[in-house]
Design a binder for this molecule. Structure first.
Ligand code: MIC
Ligand code: SF4
Length: 639
């Protein structure tokens, strides 16, 4: 029996366990990446581990999220990140150099290697044929310290691509179609592996758009083969020496197979407020739009922006529309400037933003009240744009640019003749904004501003956990609901006491005060609890407020791992009907003294006298982490 790509790469990196879906394995991590919004915590945790130099092949620290400097906080954090990188053997990609996933694809990703990143869209690098996984900062810190990365062996879903995209249909439409059919929880516990003759028609940046949004499927990762197209991309990046061929064996076996005929796809958009709420643009119709934003790690490659420039050339943005564009990397930005395409964009009336995440994470460009905003991003969760009642549609750069000209949601096929863009034979390569680690680490002083507060630590798990039910939530609660981002909150990422004021603030402004008054308690929810980002603050800040367990119908992978890392029990209802037996403000009591011996625990509702069963699927390693009050305590106790 042959091997698929996932089995080949995992097989080469396997440290413990067997590659049987669902079983815990651990793998060696070759590369790590962090970004500034999760990086401050990750490096504080790395420091606490007492390891002098990172043990990975390459570790890179990017600054791309917290770039709006409305006070000292973000700038101080950047300075901290730069100095701590120099000291501990980490490359530092300076603010202005671009979005972590785009730059990593261009300058660092290597086919066949493993990459762990403290950002959920780390699988973007799967477009190059690597196994790239998003995780909480603490897991990334442990990997930098040379530790294994633990995960449950995912199932492998084979998406077979046939045909070829027709003019004006783009890679974004492939992943929106997959989201439409698989939904935001369809990829949980799975890796999506692409194959078929359609693969050879897609460039690396197109593949990366698809693997990027595998995160929205809830998938652990997504991967394309490394083939001649990959070699051409790496050669154009002057990195052909990094290329190795990686393809699945002809008789490789998969857990599931999905077929997509590229020739049948049409321009699509995901409607508010979920990336899987996708439909054909023609079906949605010409709804009036007030804002268009082009950029993000999903869709801001050279070809994406060249096509946008081609569409906008010689035209003006529609009077009812505000168009903003953020190129994905300095490489892309500078190439557009040098070849004149930037002039066409400027002349159209677009507002040019710096190369960073920007509006994607609510760092500026929040739309007007109730606005319809059309964005080339990957997430359209309610409130994420910074405007609570805005309605965000996700689409390709082609749909976005066509919409910017017409003022209504527009199928780019209405533009007429297709604009061909050929991938450059040579990208503009200049790594001058990536600072290598210091040669004399002892001489580097790590600079900390007053915004960096010490890491809070949890207590050991008591024999019984008691507390109030603080929230009862529906399905698909995102980490943006739990720990909102945006320009106001993001600067507090290295200050847990301050950021904890905002936990669940979009759902219930009184949450922080109620949690404090009750001395902590429980959060309850539906399916896919914690989907979306990797931000461990969505576990760390609730832990700080005394949350002891989350009881849900099911969990998203990264958030569940983060809960465990900070000593919060992730429990599921043994019988989902029990969700209907309690209400907010009831008091629960759970005896956990048998946690390591049984998978089933009993919840006593001391308010209404009922009981119900909950389950956990923690491994014995994870039980020990929870008992110790989190991974840092556990590591220290075993050191
Ligand atoms: C996101 O897209 O939600 C983010 C912001 O990049 C997050 C990371 C964070 O919250 O810092 C992610 O995707 O993991
Ligand atoms: Fe940045 Fe948005 Fe990509 Fe997250 S999804 S890394 S915020 S561009």
């Amino acid at each position: 029996m042959g091997y698929n790509i996932v089995q080949k790469i995992f097989g080469n990196h396997l440290l413990t366990g067997e590659m049987v879906p669902g079983q815990e394995i651990s793998i060696k991590i070759d590369q790590t990446l962090t970004q500034d919004a999760t990086g401050t915590m990750a490096y504080l945790q790395f420091e606490a581990m007492g390891v002098a130099r990172v043990k990975t092949k390459v570790s890179v620290s990017y600054v791309d999220h917290n770039t709006l400097q409305t006070g000292f906080e973000n700038a101080d954090d950047h300075r901290f990140l730069q100095t701590i990188a120099a000291k501990h053997g980490i490359h530092f990609s300076r603010p202005g150099n671009g979005i972590c996933h785009q730059v990593h694809l261009e300058r660092f990703g290597v086919p066949g290697m493993t990459l762990l990143g403290s950002d959920s869209h780390t699988p973007t690098a799967g477009g190059l044929g690597m196994i790239a996984i998003g995780a909480g900062g603490l897991d990334v810190a442990a990997a930098m310290a040379g530790g294994p990365f633990y995960l449950n062996m995912p199932k492998v879903v084979n998406v077979r691509l046939t045909g070829r995209l027709r003019p004006w249909v783009s890679a974004k439409d492939v992943i929106l179609e997959l989201l439409r059919t698989m939904t935001v929880k369809g990829g949980v516990g799975k890796i999506i592996e692409y194959s078929g003759e359609g693969v050879t028609t897609l460039s690396v940046p197109e593949r990366a758009t698809i693997t990027n949004m595998g995160a929205e499927l809830g998938a652990t990762s997504s991967v394309f083969p490394s083939d001649k197209v990959t070699l051409a991309f790496l050669t154009a990046q002057k990195r052909e020496k990094d290329w190795v061929e990686i393809t699945a064996d002809a008789d490789a076996v998969y857990d599931e197979v999905v077929e997509i005929n590229l020739s049948e796809l049409e321009p699509m958009a995901a409607r508010p407020h979920s990336p899987d709420n996708a439909a054909r643009v023609k079906e949605i119709g010409p709804i009036p739009v007030q804002q268009v934003v082009i950029g993000s790690c999903t869709n801001s490659s050279y070809t994406d922006l060249m096509r946008v420039a081609g569409i906008l050339k010689g035209k003006k943005v529609h009077p009812s529309i505000n168009l903003s564009i953020a190129p994905g990397s300095r490489q892309v930005f500078e190439m557009l400037a040098r070849n004149g395409a930037l002039a066409d964009i400027i002349s159209s009336g677009a507002r040019i933003l710096e190369t960073a995440c920007g509006p994607c994470i609510g760092m500026g460009q929040s739309p007007s009240s109730g606005a319809v905003t059309v964005r080339t991003f990957n997430r359209n969760f309610e409130g994420r744009s910074g405007t609570a009642d805005a309605r965000v549609y996700l689409c390709s750069p082609e749909v976005a640019a066509a919409t910017a000209l017409s003022g209504v949601l527009t199928d780019p096929r209405d533009l007429g003749e297709f604009i061909e863009i050929t991938a450059p034979e040579e990208f503009l390569v200049d790594d001058g904004m990536i600072i290598p680690p210091a040669e004399d680490p002892a001489g580097v002083e790590v600079l900390r501003g007053p915004n960096i507060k010490p890491l809070p630590v949890n207590k050991k798990l008591p024999k019984t956990v008691k507390g109030t039910v603080l929230l009862k939530l529906e399905d698909n609660i995102t980490t943006d609901h739990i720990m909102p981002a945006g320009a106001k909150v993001l600067p507090l990422r290295s200050n847990i006491p301050a950021i904890s004021l905002f936990v669940f603030s979009g759902i219930d402004v009184s949450f922080h005060d109620r949690a404090r008054a009750a001395g902590g308690g429980f959060v309850t929810g539906g399916h896919n609890y914690g989907q979306g980002s990797s931000r461990e603050h969505a576990a760390l800040a609730p832990m700080y407020l005394g949350i002891k367990a989350v009881i849900a119908k099911s969990f998203a992978r990264i958030h569940k791992a983060n809960l465990i890392n900070f000593g919060i029990l992730p429990l599921t209802f043994a019988d989902e009907k029990d969700y209907d037996t309690f209400k907010v403000d009831d008091t629960f009591e759970i005896s956990v003294s048998n946690l390591g011996k049984t998978n089933e625990l009993t919840v006593k509702n001391t308010t209404n006298g009922t009981t119900f069963k909950v389950q956990h699927d923690l491994t014995s390693r994870q039980v020990e982490i929870i008992k110790a009050g989190g991974l840092l305590n556990h590591t220290k106790a075993n050191a």
